[in-house]
Ligand binder design. Sequence first.
Ligand code: 1YM
Length: 651
Amino acid sequence: MSKITYDAKDIQVLEGLDAVRLRPGMYIGTTGQNGLHHILWEIVDNAVDEAANGFCDKIEITLHQDGSVTVSDNGRGIPTDIHPQLGVSGVEVVFTQLHAGGKFNSDNYSYSGGLHGVGASVTNALSRWLEITVCRNGKEYFQRFESNPSQDGKKIESGIPTGPLKEVGKSAKHGTTVTFLADDRVFTHGVMMNRVTIEKRVKELAFLNKGIHFVVTDERVLDEPTHEFKYDGGLVDFVKDMNSNKVIIHQKVMTYYAKNETLEMEFAFQYTNGYSENLVSYVNNIPTPEGGTHETGWKTAMTRVFNEYARSKNLLKAKDDNLLGEDFREGITAVLSIKMKNVQFEGQTKSKLGNIEAKTACEALGQEGFSKVLSESVKDAETIIKKSIASAKVREAARKAKEVTRQKNSIFNSTLVGKLASCTGRDAKANELFIVEGDSAGGSAKQCRNRRFQAILPLKGKPLNAERKRIDQVLANEEIRSIISALDTSIGEDFNIDDLKYDKIIILSDADQDGAHIRAILLTFFYRYMKELITQGHVYIGMPPLYRISKRDKVAYAYDDEELASLVEQFGRGYELQRYKGLGEMNPSQLWDTTMNPETRTLMRVTLDDVSSTEKIVSDLMGDQVDPRKEYIIQHADFNRDVDKTFDEFN
Ligand code: 1YM
């Protein structure tokens, strides 16, 4: 290539990558931990696509001491020949052109381009340096990119090749290896990636893409640096894993795969003796916790086929009403994974599929699929239908119970709302509800709160564990009913977020075992019956301090032992130390300063980044099998930490 054209192309390229550096948020969401990992997933996605195309079966991720990360696959290797229009190698196009992924070869089978769908060039743009080695056609090629300050020092020029792609030797292997160091001038909170985050996602990818052998190595730790993930059963293994600590009611995990001109669909499911619906869905390997058209089509197909099947086997009689979808989904653990092009995401967190054609396609493919799996396992099918019929009966009973609750909940009934100290302001967007453990802490909270926007709901006893009860029993519990009536959103299918009376729902419980239990019970209840409260970020955990340290008129609070140690050092001799065993030991003004004053308090927002692992934690901790819970508690025997750990998982 002539030097002139190379430069000309370069200019165009620079504009693209500089835009990424100027507004990283537009491309990777945040420059915190999420965004940092996002630039790794861009690279991994390309390797996973190569595997989905059938050219690669092993992907390795290695975290190095210095914060750099290597991703390597044994695929065909990114094309090294010169791109006819752009005049540079395929490798350089992929790493310097935004959205280069699919365009290089339009008839490839690439679903890459996740939520933001921007490709490997974004990783390059946001790295201090990036090196790539490609083995292909018996040769080994190498290229390095760097982000350095411009000559005038006014900006940073991102992802500049230090030279063109070079042949550096011969190789009998084939594949792509990329190493990069995230740029600490972009990721100012640090560039060290989190092994747990990575392994969680890799495990999920391994379930979703059966047969790929993933190897994750963390060179920063001495103990067991390498973990491997490979699931030949794919979604079937995924469902088995989710159900590993539950009681299943039939052995076989039912599964189906099919494709048509719109999309590829795969699903697997198995029923437990529980009452909740655990459906996790994915589009192009991206979780869709808000659901969308694929889920709707799939559910419609399921309801129709199951009803027809029930009638054909005379389990449902001519005089009986059809069952509802929710009856058939009670106790189900299911994974639905589709792959399609040109996806459109909608919703609060852009995690809901919007493509209308996906509904029709999933309905049609689902119909074939459900008919097939039922007819192949007649015995299991009967078990499932009978369970669903029982669920319908309970639903009918629950509807009646709910009606009673509604009447009792009406404003004319003061016993329930009586405990609630509501706030005077009517702006739901500004209002906060504190759910406080214990009457005495509740009393302090009522005294010190700002009554304009802070409402207090003290809980006397422990609320009912929603995981282990049917809806009618849950609704009979007074603590639960007072929460439902305070929030005013109703629950389950009737839940309506527009009716929510508070922007923040803050759980305030003691930093001990009982407090942890109450928090877990409340979160389980919200998760099962008011999931949107969590997905839309309305639920928070208040963080009361564990210690108060004072000396003359100097006062400070410590939230853990580490913080206490450093305060003790600061205060020197002669300080007074108080350990709070519970919220009730704080006087109102201390409670206000440490836990309730928006200016000074610390809140932890509960989010649902990863629905499937939350499912597992919730059912492990709250379900009716004792062993997994025991094991979890033994593993996390320090209860102050235990609590944090639990909510880390929620976070
Ligand atoms: C460690 C990261 O990027 N692997 C990878 C990427 C590609 C290919 C193979 C590939 C794709 C195609 C043809 C095709 C990519 N190629 C492109 C582009 N691993 C990693 N392995 N030959 C090889 O899609 O037709 C983008 S990604 F655009 F150059 F084809």
